[in-house]
Design a protein. Structure first.
Lengths: 70, 226
């Protein structure tokens, strides 16, 4: 399975950089004035970037599954 | 001999409750009148309030049917998958498109124009009965949605949505914004409700997975029979 990563809408992103500042793992950076996932391996999917984004440009997709024991 | 495309069109019509009741020669005649339309993921297919664009039938792909407020809030009414139709209501009442439809995946659609549908209804009473049945089902779904929005909290609705997702044979992923649009709320409320369900020991957020660890408990929370 491909690694799930935050989806960044570059049209909505206004380049404020708040998500980059908030990301505790330095998975995000600025590329050509827009937020981007620059180090996918470091992303721990804590959704801090999504919560702080003032333009709703970042979204984290989730799979919903039953636990193996269910 | 009919071409593969022709055979596919007839087979698609046969999957719809509207047309399954009609005989082969009639289906072939309708298949010949359908207009094909392809659209890319993210593309808006029809816009709420614009004149009726016809009855759409999904051959491949997946689309969402959405109502929007002036403030940009969205309410997803339902999804359309292969073998399903959308924009049914204006085809029969002649009014504008009741909702906006956006492709979630690259999709191939067929369109039956409004006048053709009305002519078919005049000619085939069995089709009219099938249409009434489909519209009655849609009506029940909308009544259920109204009940859900007016009587249940966001957390109760989210519990139900998570169960539906997990039970889906081929579940698409969901973002918080998409969950909010499905449940008629905002993203922040979804985050709060997810935390609530996690604190109650019903789910666990595990990276990109929302794991249901207590199925029965979550069904109780969703006020569903267990």
């Amino acid at each position: 399975m491909d690694k799930f990563l935050p989806l960044i809408d570059v049209v909505l992103c206004d380049g404020c950089g708040l998500c980059v500042t908030r990301c505790a793992n330095q998975a995000l950076g600025m590329v050509d004035g827009k937020a981007a996932v620059i180090d996918p391996e470091r992303c721990n999917y804590d959704a801090a970037c999504e919560a702080v984004c003032p333009t709703s440009a970042i979204a984290l997709p989730y799979q919903v599954v039953f636990a193996a024991s269910e | 001999m009919p071409s593969a495309d022709w055979t596919e069109r007839v087979a698609l019509l046969r999957r719809l409750p509207y047309f399954a009741v009609l005989d082969e020669p009639i289906l072939q005649a309708i298949a010949g009148e359908m207009r094909c339309r392809t659209c890319s993921a993210g593309e808006i297919v029809i816009v709420e309030g614009e004149p009726c664009a016809g009855l759409f039938i999904v051959q491949t792909g997946r689309l969402q049917i959405v109502r929007s407020s002036l403030q940009g809030r969205e309410q997803i009414l339902h999804f359309a998958s292969p073998g399903e139709s959308f924009n049914d209501v204006p085809v029969f009442d002649g009014g504008p498109n009741p909702a906006t439809v956006q492709a979630l995946e690259d999709s191939r659609l067929f369109v039956i124009e409004h006048p053709l549908m009305l002519a078919l209804l005049d000619r085939y009473p069995q089709l009219a009965r099938a249409v009434v049945g489909v519209l009655a089902t849609r009506c029940r779904q909308l009544v259920a949605l109204v009940q859900d929005l007016s009587l249940h909290t966001v957390t109760v609705r989210l519990a139900g949505l998570l169960l539906d997702q997990a039970e889906h044979p081929d579940p698409p992923t969901l973002t918080r914004a998409q969950m909010a649009a499905r449940l008629g709320t905002v993203r922040e409320m979804i985050s709060r409700s997810l935390r609530e369900l996690e604190q109650e020991g019903l789910i666990r957020l595990d990276g990109p997975r929302i794991v249901i660890i207590d199925r029965v408990g979550l069904a109780c929370r969703a006020q569903r029979p267990t």
